[in-house]
Design a protein around this ligand. Structure first.
Ligand SMILES: [Zn+2]
Length: 194
């Protein structure tokens, strides 16, 4: 299947942040592999003047998702720390729209749509189709894709530009299957026509 980009398309990068990369406090194995691939998508979308959105975990230091507060995760992506920053190797255009999520102590958010301006921004921009990649497949990518489908966007998942935590070996593969079953369309860079 070849997909031709048009003016109602947007690229959504999910949580490509230092703490989720090898060496970070909550590293996704081989998470760094998505960066050069996402840069190709970024470059193509930017060349077509299409919107690029980047979500980020942006937690307070005592966030409820952290182990010390009874949550499931080691501290990660604390707002305005180097771990929460996007890696320098990610080549964002200057008009990339940054979406911070899970900014309140008491609430976690896996989806980029959860208590953010992402949905109104997409609506105001006249977006009909979204192309979603990033980290990690079975958490924030999965939940962002599910919400995009819920909001009735035609939703593509960039299967070459996601990586899974895989706490259980098969989690990433199962998440991709679930997204597909719910109506998301898996796509690879080679399938995009300029
Ligand atoms: Zn988090």
């Amino acid at each position: 299947m070849i997909v031709t980009l048009d003016s109602g398309d947007a690229l959504i990068l999910v949580d490509v942040q230092n703490d989720f990369l090898p060496g970070g406090s909550l590293a996704v194995p081989m998470g760094n592999e998505v960066i050069p691939i996402l840069n190709r998508y970024i470059s193509l979308f930017h060349a077509h003047g299409l919107g690029i959105f980047a979500t980020r975990d942006w937690h307070p230091p005592d966030h409820s998702s952290f182990l010390e507060q009874g949550g499931a995760w080691p501290p990660h992506c604390i707002a305005a720390t180097p771990g929460a920053a996007f890696p320098a190797s990610l080549e964002f255009p200057c008009d990339t729209q940054i979406i911070s999520k899970a900014t309140n102590r008491g609430k976690d958010a896996y989806s980029g749509f959860d208590d953010t301006q992402l949905e109104p921004l997409l609506k105001w921009s006249g977006i009909g189709r979204v192309f979603i990649g990033g980290l990690a497949t079975e958490y924030c990518v999965l939940n962002t894709v599910k919400d995009a489908l819920e909001y009735r966007y035609v939703t593509f998942v960039l299967e070459d530009a996601v990586r899974a935590m895989n706490i259980s070996t098969d989690d990433g593969r199962q998440a991709l299957e679930e997204m597909t079953r719910l109506g998301a369309i898996p796509i690879r860079f080679e399938s995009l026509a300029a």
